[in-house]
Every structure is written in structure tokens, then in C-alpha cells.
Design a protein around this ligand. Structure first.
Ligand SMILES: Nc1ncnc2c1ncn2[C@@H]1O[C@H](COP(=O)(O)OP(=O)(O)O)[C@@H](O)[C@H]1O
Ligand SMILES: [Mg+2]
Length: 259
């Protein structure tokens, strides 16, 4: 394996995404170094969520390549990409509201542990053992995200802050190497934001690479190693937080309004 692949877990080359005539991602090139937190910021409509949709396989890009661990993934289906080690959360919470907190995390584990349909249908001892293992690792995740005592509650009974943490928990359940978080602090109060921010740092400290879309500049500036700024689907700046913060083009396009 070359040093570059070792160092960069994700690399986009010339990625273009168009919907009808609208170019939403315009010739994007960037790398994400293994073990870092990289933030993607930019105004609403800049293409941030679309970028996540392309990386995680909801859409194949119109042009360009997405390399994960040195291999092209841009034409793979979402479940294959998840199986290779990329998981995500959604800008609008997408939990199974009437299922329990524990079950929601257990569903995330199923990306990793394959139980054949037959085996689970017949409840063979082997699949019961697997179910037990899944349950145990889901409980461990709940402890890690601070929701262990709520494992039996239904997901929709949680306040938004905890639902956002639970989404992150579900994304962790597949043991991803890269986790893509789409606005994890949106709608949260200061205490909840602080919790989410600490959790993201803890995830990263365990070795998981983080790609973060977030509008809360305090969160972004505090936890990111690198920031990429998108405007109309184009990269207008990229670098460490202190450089991006002082970049006049970025202040004009975005930070002037939020920072
Ligand atoms: N599936 C789609 N079909 C058509 N247009 C889309 C689709 N997804 C996103 N867009 C458009 O792409 C642009 C960028 O949207 P989005 O990626 O959600 O931006 P952001 O997350 O930065 O706010 C918007 O103009 C949006 O309307
Ligand atoms: Mg978005």
C-alpha cells in the first residue's frame, strides 16, 4: 500500500453532480487524512448534503471518482459502501421512532454482522448467538454515547439532543473507519451542543476519521483539524481553522453571516 493511501482514507477527484441542468457539485477535489476531523462548511444550498449523498452512495456522481482506502467506490451501492466502512447520520433525524433506543443501535450493527435470512427466520442457535453479540455491542455503544439507562425507551420519546446522539450511536454500530455527520448540532441547545461536540472528539480519539457538516462555528473551529469551504458546489478554501477563519473570500461568502 502506498504512503498516500495509508495517509488519506478518502479522496475525491473531479467530482461533479448535476440534477437536471443544475450543477450542485462542481469539480471537487479534496482528501481526508486518516484519523482527522475534517469539517465541510458553507451556506445553505452549497451542496454539503449532496456531497455526503455522493460519498455514501445515495447517488453516483455525474463525473469524477471517490476513492476510499485507495479504491474507487463511486459506482457502488450504499449498502456496499457501508459494508466497506463508511457510515453517516442525516441532517433531519431518521430514527425508527417506535422502536427502542437499543433496537435502533442494533439495526446499525446489522450492516456488519451478516445473519442469513433463513438462519434468522428459523432462529437457529447460531443466529441467536449472533443476536446476543449484537445486543451486547449495541449496549456498549449506548454506554459510550451516554444513553445506556434509556435503552428500553422508544426513540421518539427522547428529546432532540438525545435523538441526535442516538443517530450517531447507530452510525457507530457498523464500526466505521469514516463517519459522516450531517449537522449533528442543528437544533440543539448549548448543553446538548457541548455533549455532541465531546462525543465527536471521543469518536475521533478512538481512531475513527470524521467528516463533519456543521453550521455552529464554535463546534467547527474547536474540533476540526481541517476545514473545507463550499460555495455553489465549489471549493473556495481549505485548510486549518485559523487560516479559514481569516480568509476574506470565506468571510464574504459565509462567515460574515454566521461567525
Ligand atoms: N435529489 C435532488 N434533486 C434535485 N436537486 C437536488 C437534489 N438534492 C439536492 N438538490 C439541490 O442541490 C443543491 C444543494 O443542496 P444540498 O446538498 O442539500 O445543500 P446543503 O446541504 O449545503 O444545504 C440545492 O439547490 C438543492 O435543491
Ligand atoms: Mg444540508
Amino acid at each position: 500500500m502506498s504512503a498516500d493511501i495509508e495517509e488519506n482514507v478518502l479522496e475525491l477527484q473531479g467530482v461533479v453532480m448535476t440534477f437536471g441542468g443544475l450543477m450542485v457539485l462542481n469539480n471537487l477535489n479534496f482528501k481526508v487524512r486518516r484519523g482527522t476531523i475534517k469539517a465541510i462548511i458553507g451556506p445553505n444550498g452549497a451542496g454539503k448534503t449532496t456531497l455526503f449523498n455522493v460519498i455514501t452512495g445515495s447517488f453516483s456522481p455525474t463525473e469524477g471518482t471517490v476513492m476510499f482506502k485507495g479504491r474507487p467506490i463511486q459506482d457502488l451501492k450504499a449498502h456496499k459502501i457501508a459494508y466497506q466502512g463508511i457510515s453517516r447520520t442525516f441532517q433531519t433525524v431518521e430514527l425508527f421512532g417506535n422502536m427502542t433506543v437499543l433496537e435502533n443501535v442494533m439495526l446499525g450493527c446489522h450492516t456488519r454482522v451478516r445473519t442469513s435470512f433463513m438462519a434468522s427466520g428459523l432462529v437457529l442457535p447460531q443466529s441467536r448467538r449472533k443476536e446476543k453479540r449484537i445486543r451486547e455491542s449495541a449496549l456498549k455503544i449506548l454506554k459510550f454515547i451516554g444513553l445506556a439507562d434509556k435503552f428500553k425507551d422508544s426513540a421518539d420519546s427522547l428529546p432532540l439532543g438525545e435523538q441526535k446522539l442516538l443517530e450517531i450511536g447507530r452510525a457507530l454500530a457498523s464500526e466505521p473507519e469514516l463517519i459522516c455527520l450531517d449537522e449533528p448540532a442543528a437544533g440543539l441547545n448549548e448543553t446538548e451542543t457541548h455533549l455532541a461536540s465531546s462525543l465527536i472528539k471521543a469518536i475521533n480519539a478512538k481512531g475513527t476519521t470524521v467528516l463533519l457538516v456543521e453550521h455552529d462555528m464554535k463546534v467547527v473551529m474547536n474540533i476540526s483539524d481541517e476545514i473545507l469551504v463550499l460555495n455553489y458546489g465549489q471549493k473556495i478554501a481549505e485548510g486549518p481553522p485559523e487560516d479559514v477563519r481569516n480568509n476574506p473570500g470565506v468571510i464574504d461568502a459565509y462567515l460574515g453571516g454566521v461567525a
